[in-house]
Ligand binder design. Sequence first.
Ligand code: C2E
Ligand code: MG
Ligand code: MG
Ligand code: MG
Length: 283
Amino acid sequence: YDSKEGTKEYAFYTKELGAKVKRKRRLEAELDEAVRSGAIFVVYQPQVDMRTGRVIGFEALVRWNHPELGFISPAEFILIAEETNKILLLEECVFRTAGRQMKQWADAGYTDLKMGVNLSAKQFKSLDMTEQLTSILKEVGLESCSHYIDVELTERIAMGNEEQTLHTLRRLKEHQFHISIDDFGTGYSSLSYLTRFPVDTLKIPREFISLIAEGEEGQGIVATMIGLARVMNMSVIAEGVETKEQAEFLIGNGCYHAQGYYYSKPLSAEESTAFLLHANGCI
Ligand code: C2E
Ligand code: MG
Ligand code: MG
Ligand code: MG
């Protein structure tokens, strides 16, 4: 044991840790201002019908372009926002922005699109979630247009408190919201809850889609997930489709909807409108 080395390492780790804590505190402190200033904004990833190339909807994804720290992944700041109560403010802002965008597209005649939104565990735990969402829709001019909204629920969120989740999902369905399970199969949940929850769409995560290239086993898993959705009367969409081969395999196995870099990365509002115009034509 070299005590000198040990001290050096210890100093290194505390420094690393210190920097992490500092960065976290900083992001936490600057979150509200970033929402207000527009440094936090929303991009939209097209979801397409792979057989025709038509856009069927978009997923709203939040972005933070920090003036000094540069691009910060939602994977990092969503967690920070969740630990504080700032997630509710952030998601309200994302939902309002996505709602306004959907209103613009609907006004332009694109009335068969859906807008996917990711909501946190905190949202699902707030008892008046449905009322909050419907009141924002009303505010942006989409009163009684909840069917445009696809609420994405992750397994991680669904677990925790199944009875309450079930209650919230029923309320959302009473109001015609569309419900998807995001990242299906990556959590630690059992299948049994899925059969109880009023879910419309199953999203097959990128982790599984990337197995398609690896051969029979991966392909079997993906084909089974598609079959599972079918027997449960759910529609299915593949996430993270990056290659032509993946797209062809999915189509051949009865999954026609996808989002992924093969079709498009997440886009700004203007780029999304251009993409829509090009893919679906002028209405
Ligand atoms: P998610 O909901 O599963 O979103 C899909 C993620 O996959 C997005 O990452 C998207 O950019 C990425 N992606 C899509 N297609 C491809 C592909 O072909 N290849 C690769 N490598 N990646 C692809 P992003 O935008 O970094 O978001 C990460 C996660 O952060 C999201 O996963 C979601 O869970 C969360 N998130 C994003 N926006 C929000 C939000 O407004 N609220 C909440 N609560 N969570 C959000
Ligand atoms: Mg999602
Ligand atoms: Mg997703
Ligand atoms: Mg996902």
